[in-house]
Ligand binder design. Structure first.
Ligand code: PGA
Length: 239
Protein backbone atom coordinates (compact mmCIF):
# COMPACT_ATOMS: atom_id res chain seq x y z
CA UNK A 1 0.00 0.00 0.00
CA UNK A 2 1.45 3.38 -0.98
CA UNK A 3 2.22 5.68 1.89
CA UNK A 4 -0.44 8.24 0.99
CA UNK A 5 -3.01 5.54 0.52
CA UNK A 6 -3.63 4.91 4.19
CA UNK A 7 -7.02 5.04 5.85
CA UNK A 8 -7.52 7.42 8.75
CA UNK A 9 -10.72 6.73 10.67
CA UNK A 10 -12.01 8.85 13.55
CA UNK A 11 -14.08 7.22 16.27
CA UNK A 12 -15.79 10.04 18.15
CA UNK A 13 -17.51 7.58 20.53
CA UNK A 14 -20.21 9.35 22.61
CA UNK A 15 -18.61 12.75 22.07
CA UNK A 16 -18.92 15.64 19.68
CA UNK A 17 -21.48 18.30 18.89
CA UNK A 18 -22.86 20.35 16.00
CA UNK A 19 -20.20 22.89 16.94
CA UNK A 20 -17.36 20.39 16.59
CA UNK A 21 -18.73 19.19 13.25
CA UNK A 22 -18.65 22.79 12.03
CA UNK A 23 -14.98 23.01 12.98
CA UNK A 24 -14.26 19.80 11.07
CA UNK A 25 -15.99 21.22 8.00
CA UNK A 26 -12.85 23.31 7.52
CA UNK A 27 -10.65 20.25 6.97
CA UNK A 28 -8.94 20.27 3.61
CA UNK A 29 -7.60 17.37 1.55
CA UNK A 30 -4.74 15.69 3.31
CA UNK A 31 -1.82 13.43 2.50
CA UNK A 32 -3.83 10.31 3.29
CA UNK A 33 -6.69 10.18 0.91
CA UNK A 34 -9.19 7.99 2.70
CA UNK A 35 -10.59 9.80 5.71
CA UNK A 36 -13.61 8.41 7.57
CA UNK A 37 -15.33 10.19 10.46
CA UNK A 38 -17.62 8.13 12.71
CA UNK A 39 -19.69 10.53 14.84
CA UNK A 40 -22.60 9.52 17.08
CA UNK A 41 -25.85 8.66 15.21
CA UNK A 42 -27.40 12.05 16.03
CA UNK A 43 -24.67 13.88 14.10
CA UNK A 44 -24.87 11.81 10.90
CA UNK A 45 -27.17 14.28 9.14
CA UNK A 46 -24.98 17.21 10.11
CA UNK A 47 -21.91 15.27 8.98
CA UNK A 48 -23.48 14.77 5.56
CA UNK A 49 -24.37 18.42 5.08
CA UNK A 50 -21.31 19.93 6.76
CA UNK A 51 -18.21 17.85 6.02
CA UNK A 52 -16.33 18.27 2.75
CA UNK A 53 -17.13 15.56 0.17
CA UNK A 54 -13.78 13.82 0.36
CA UNK A 55 -14.51 12.74 3.94
CA UNK A 56 -16.52 9.53 4.24
CA UNK A 57 -19.03 9.08 6.99
CA UNK A 58 -19.11 6.06 9.28
CA UNK A 59 -21.37 4.92 12.11
CA UNK A 60 -20.17 3.36 15.34
CA UNK A 61 -22.55 0.41 15.49
CA UNK A 62 -25.50 -1.19 13.72
CA UNK A 63 -28.08 -3.81 14.51
CA UNK A 64 -27.62 -7.38 13.38
CA UNK A 65 -31.28 -7.28 12.25
CA UNK A 66 -32.65 -5.51 9.16
CA UNK A 67 -35.90 -4.24 10.75
CA UNK A 68 -38.55 -5.08 13.31
CA UNK A 69 -39.37 -4.82 17.01
CA UNK A 70 -35.91 -3.94 18.34
CA UNK A 71 -36.48 -0.78 20.34
CA UNK A 72 -33.54 1.58 20.30
CA UNK A 73 -31.67 -0.24 17.53
CA UNK A 74 -30.62 1.18 14.14
CA UNK A 75 -30.21 -1.05 11.10
CA UNK A 76 -27.46 -0.97 8.51
CA UNK A 77 -29.98 -0.08 5.78
CA UNK A 78 -31.13 2.95 7.82
CA UNK A 79 -27.50 4.04 8.02
CA UNK A 80 -27.12 3.57 4.30
CA UNK A 81 -30.03 5.99 3.80
CA UNK A 82 -28.04 8.57 5.77
CA UNK A 83 -25.14 8.36 3.29
CA UNK A 84 -23.07 6.31 5.68
CA UNK A 85 -20.46 4.19 3.90
CA UNK A 86 -18.67 2.52 6.83
CA UNK A 87 -19.62 1.13 10.23
CA UNK A 88 -17.49 0.14 13.22
CA UNK A 89 -18.36 -3.36 14.34
CA UNK A 90 -17.20 -5.12 17.48
CA UNK A 91 -15.33 -2.24 19.09
CA UNK A 92 -13.89 -3.45 22.40
CA UNK A 93 -16.23 -1.12 24.31
CA UNK A 94 -19.18 -2.89 22.65
CA UNK A 95 -17.66 -6.28 23.36
CA UNK A 96 -17.07 -5.44 27.03
CA UNK A 97 -19.85 -3.03 28.04
CA UNK A 98 -22.58 -4.37 25.78
CA UNK A 99 -21.53 -8.03 25.90
CA UNK A 100 -21.20 -8.42 22.13
CA UNK A 101 -19.85 -11.86 21.26
CA UNK A 102 -18.01 -12.87 18.08
CA UNK A 103 -21.24 -14.45 16.90
CA UNK A 104 -23.16 -11.15 17.28
CA UNK A 105 -20.30 -9.34 15.58
CA UNK A 106 -20.40 -11.84 12.70
CA UNK A 107 -24.14 -11.13 12.27
CA UNK A 108 -23.50 -7.37 12.30
CA UNK A 109 -20.75 -7.74 9.70
CA UNK A 110 -23.19 -9.70 7.53
CA UNK A 111 -25.95 -7.11 8.05
CA UNK A 112 -23.66 -4.25 7.10
CA UNK A 113 -22.44 -6.02 3.94
CA UNK A 114 -26.09 -6.77 2.98
CA UNK A 115 -26.69 -3.00 3.11
CA UNK A 116 -23.53 -2.22 1.14
CA UNK A 117 -21.67 -0.69 4.08
CA UNK A 118 -18.02 -1.49 4.68
CA UNK A 119 -17.63 -2.86 8.20
CA UNK A 120 -14.55 -1.87 10.18
CA UNK A 121 -14.21 -4.94 12.37
CA UNK A 122 -12.30 -4.32 15.60
CA UNK A 123 -10.22 -7.04 17.21
CA UNK A 124 -7.57 -7.00 19.94
CA UNK A 125 -6.36 -8.63 23.12
CA UNK A 126 -6.93 -7.53 26.70
CA UNK A 127 -4.04 -6.88 29.07
CA UNK A 128 -4.47 -10.23 30.80
CA UNK A 129 -4.47 -12.05 27.46
CA UNK A 130 -1.29 -10.19 26.49
CA UNK A 131 0.35 -11.04 29.81
CA UNK A 132 -0.57 -14.68 29.38
CA UNK A 133 1.04 -14.64 25.90
CA UNK A 134 -2.34 -15.22 24.31
CA UNK A 135 -2.43 -12.28 21.91
CA UNK A 136 -2.28 -14.30 18.70
CA UNK A 137 -4.67 -16.89 20.08
CA UNK A 138 -7.20 -14.14 20.86
CA UNK A 139 -6.85 -12.60 17.40
CA UNK A 140 -7.22 -16.03 15.85
CA UNK A 141 -10.47 -16.79 17.64
CA UNK A 142 -11.88 -13.29 17.02
CA UNK A 143 -11.16 -13.58 13.30
CA UNK A 144 -12.52 -17.12 13.12
CA UNK A 145 -15.65 -16.15 15.03
CA UNK A 146 -16.50 -12.91 13.27
CA UNK A 147 -15.05 -13.16 9.75
CA UNK A 148 -14.39 -16.74 8.68
CA UNK A 149 -17.89 -17.24 7.32
CA UNK A 150 -18.02 -13.95 5.38
CA UNK A 151 -17.91 -14.17 1.57
CA UNK A 152 -14.24 -14.12 0.51
CA UNK A 153 -14.80 -11.25 -1.93
CA UNK A 154 -16.53 -8.98 0.63
CA UNK A 155 -15.16 -5.52 1.25
CA UNK A 156 -14.07 -5.37 4.88
CA UNK A 157 -11.61 -3.36 6.96
CA UNK A 158 -10.06 -4.79 10.13
CA UNK A 159 -8.85 -2.61 13.01
CA UNK A 160 -6.32 -4.12 15.40
CA UNK A 161 -6.87 -2.37 18.71
CA UNK A 162 -5.14 -3.84 21.76
CA UNK A 163 -7.72 -3.21 24.51
CA UNK A 164 -5.02 -2.14 26.97
CA UNK A 165 -3.86 0.59 24.55
CA UNK A 166 -7.27 2.21 24.10
CA UNK A 167 -7.45 5.57 25.85
CA UNK A 168 -4.45 4.77 28.08
CA UNK A 169 -1.56 6.50 26.31
CA UNK A 170 0.17 3.10 26.07
CA UNK A 171 1.04 1.61 22.69
CA UNK A 172 2.66 -1.68 21.68
CA UNK A 173 6.25 -1.42 20.52
CA UNK A 174 7.11 -1.50 16.83
CA UNK A 175 7.90 -5.23 16.81
CA UNK A 176 4.65 -6.08 18.52
CA UNK A 177 2.66 -4.08 15.96
CA UNK A 178 4.67 -5.69 13.15
CA UNK A 179 4.05 -9.17 14.49
CA UNK A 180 0.33 -8.78 15.09
CA UNK A 181 -0.35 -7.07 11.76
CA UNK A 182 1.59 -9.74 9.86
CA UNK A 183 -0.31 -12.43 11.72
CA UNK A 184 -3.68 -10.82 10.94
CA UNK A 185 -2.72 -10.25 7.30
CA UNK A 186 -1.60 -13.84 6.81
CA UNK A 187 -4.77 -15.14 8.39
CA UNK A 188 -7.03 -12.84 6.34
CA UNK A 189 -5.18 -13.74 3.14
CA UNK A 190 -6.07 -17.38 3.69
CA UNK A 191 -9.74 -16.47 3.53
CA UNK A 192 -10.32 -13.30 1.55
CA UNK A 193 -9.65 -12.83 -2.16
CA UNK A 194 -9.06 -9.13 -1.77
CA UNK A 195 -6.45 -7.22 0.19
CA UNK A 196 -8.06 -6.31 3.52
CA UNK A 197 -6.67 -3.09 5.05
CA UNK A 198 -5.60 -3.52 8.67
CA UNK A 199 -5.75 -0.34 10.75
CA UNK A 200 -3.97 0.14 14.06
CA UNK A 201 -5.95 1.71 16.91
CA UNK A 202 -5.18 2.53 20.55
CA UNK A 203 -3.69 5.84 21.74
CA UNK A 204 -2.65 6.88 18.23
CA UNK A 205 -2.01 10.62 18.16
CA UNK A 206 -0.34 13.36 16.17
CA UNK A 207 3.04 12.56 17.71
CA UNK A 208 3.22 8.79 17.24
CA UNK A 209 1.18 8.49 14.02
CA UNK A 210 3.96 8.69 11.44
CA UNK A 211 5.98 6.03 13.20
CA UNK A 212 3.01 3.66 13.53
CA UNK A 213 1.74 4.20 10.02
CA UNK A 214 5.08 3.33 8.47
CA UNK A 215 5.19 -0.13 10.09
CA UNK A 216 4.76 -3.03 7.64
CA UNK A 217 1.15 -4.04 7.03
CA UNK A 218 -0.34 -1.08 8.90
CA UNK A 219 -2.98 0.16 6.48
CA UNK A 220 -4.00 3.19 8.49
CA UNK A 221 -5.22 4.29 11.91
CA UNK A 222 -8.40 4.20 13.95
CA UNK A 223 -8.21 7.20 16.24
CA UNK A 224 -10.35 7.90 19.31
CA UNK A 225 -9.41 10.72 21.69
CA UNK A 226 -7.05 12.53 19.30
CA UNK A 227 -9.76 12.63 16.61
CA UNK A 228 -11.81 15.07 18.67
CA UNK A 229 -9.42 17.97 18.16
CA UNK A 230 -9.39 19.40 14.67
CA UNK A 231 -5.75 20.45 14.83
CA UNK A 232 -4.56 17.00 15.99
CA UNK A 233 -6.78 15.12 13.58
CA UNK A 234 -5.55 17.24 10.69
CA UNK A 235 -1.96 16.47 11.66
CA UNK A 236 -2.77 12.75 11.79
CA UNK A 237 -4.36 12.90 8.33
CA UNK A 238 -1.09 14.38 7.08
CA UNK A 239 1.35 12.21 9.02
P1 PGA B 1 -8.04 6.04 21.55
O1 PGA B 1 -9.31 5.14 21.09
O2 PGA B 1 -7.40 6.54 20.29
O3 PGA B 1 -8.63 7.13 22.39
O4 PGA B 1 -7.15 5.14 22.32
C1 PGA B 1 -9.25 4.31 19.96
C2 PGA B 1 -10.54 3.57 19.81
O5 PGA B 1 -11.18 3.25 20.83
O6 PGA B 1 -10.98 3.30 18.68
Amino acid sequence: MKNNNKIIAANWKMNGSEELMKEFSQLTRAKHNEIIICPPFTLLDTAKTTLPNFIKIGAQNCSEEDKGPFTGEISASMLREKSVSHVLVGHSERRTLFKETDDVIFKKVKASIRSKLTPIVCIGETLSEKEANKTLQTLDSQINGSLAKIEPYAQVIVAYEPVWAIGTGLIPNENEIKETHLYIKTKLNQHFNTDIPILYGGSANSENCSQIISIDNVGGLLVGGASLKKHDFKAICNC
